[in-house]
Design a protein around this ligand. Sequence first.
Ligand SMILES: C[S@@+](CC[C@H](N)C(=O)[O-])C[C@H]1O[C@@H](n2cnc3c(N)ncnc32)[C@H](O)[C@@H]1O
Length: 455
Amino acid sequence: MLNLPVEFKEKYQRLLGDSQAKAFFDALNKENKKAFRINTLKPNQVSYDLSKKVPEISNAYYGEVNGQDPEWVSGTVYSQDPSAMFPAFIANVKEGDHVLDLCAAPGGKSTALAEKLNGSGVLVANEISSGRAKALRENIERWGVKNAVITNESPANLSPHFTQYFDEILVDAPCSGEGMFRKNPEAIKYWSQDYVLTCQERQKEILTEAVKMLKPNGQLIYSTCTFSPEEDEEIVSWLVETYNMKIVPIELASDKISHGKNEWGSVSGLDHTLRFWPQDGLGEGQFAAILQMPDGKIAKVKKQKIKKGDRSTRRLTKNDQKLVEKVLDKFNLNFDWTAAVVRNDHVFLPAIDKDLKGLKIVNNGLELGIMKKNRFEPSHQLVEVLGELPQEDVIDLENQDNYLSYLHGETVRVDSKKLKGFVLVSFKGLIFSFGKAANGTLKNFYPKGLRILKK
Ligand SMILES: C[S@@+](CC[C@H](N)C(=O)[O-])C[C@H]1O[C@@H](n2cnc3c(N)ncnc32)[C@H](O)[C@@H]1O
């Protein structure tokens, strides 16, 4: 039984009425729903039961994923609360767009937005916390995304660099987290009505920066995982009243999805927003709305002085090109690497043709690898991108024991004597790492930071 604060229960009894409030509290005491999405950027072969579909989302299913499954390690599936899939799912992102995910870690929604871009345009995935930005990078990398810039900034530092730059911005805001109570009962401890109001203030601060970065007519997707009208309908009302934004209707047919309530805010059209209640049976609590910026100029933004960085970037020399070609030549690539640049020996294809000096960049585009003394070593990110296409130089680890040894960082013995040098490593046909083959052994190139303890 969840120990819900009295003030919380009284609030929702007042808002929902006795019988709906009872259904809500009863649902909060049931088990949370688990689900996963299959990556549409990769060949989608999975060994999971696909009989229970998440409503509306064609590549999403109910079920549990283990972090050691080859499906997860190879970036074929992402484990996500089914309701949390909807903010990215409803986003009207088209190939070639400039998209920002402003509060992005750990990356559940960024990975889905990247699928919509399908390798074109650019996704800026930003996370304010440096620890969480690391997890964001890992998830975006595993997903095989090559057109993302990952930044570790506050919204206020980011906005001067991207004034009216984005077609769509997702603000999946930090919130009081009421929708996560049954998944993470610890969150209940932090709840108070004051905390709800503190979150509302922070959401306004974040959105104030977000709107500066939206193009005229651009769309903002605003979402939270909380039920409180202060952080949902009231925030949408504030956006409409402050920036003259319009609520964009969202057409979904499922009877497991509810709508926002006009009486919980101060503008009309709030019934076009989405609410996910646990008693509706789809997943955890979530709110999502789409708002469109007015046409024409938005309020003029005072440009802040942008700090100049001192990192130098250069093009590949002829010799560098030869070394890179020697490694990449045998793989089936879906991009032209010759435009790559080098910074601090890291060879990468930038995702964005823009001066990013002064911003904390965690990754820009596709890191191909690193120049070492007269050789080139390919990166882990490259493996995840190569996994999107059929490949020939692949060694499959064939059994669970070898697979777990490899995830642990060990060198393994392999039958194939034909393959030499850098090869792709797979398990159950899913490519997840580089390895270096020589005389029946496979040297381990699975990144140290991702290795697992062997039981
Ligand atoms: C709901 S989570 C994002 C989840 C993510 N969109 C996903 O789908 O995986 C909200 C994020 O906002 C970040 N955050 C906290 N305070 C912030 C602030 N003042 N400005 C911007 N982001 C903030 C948190 O670190 C957290 O990663």
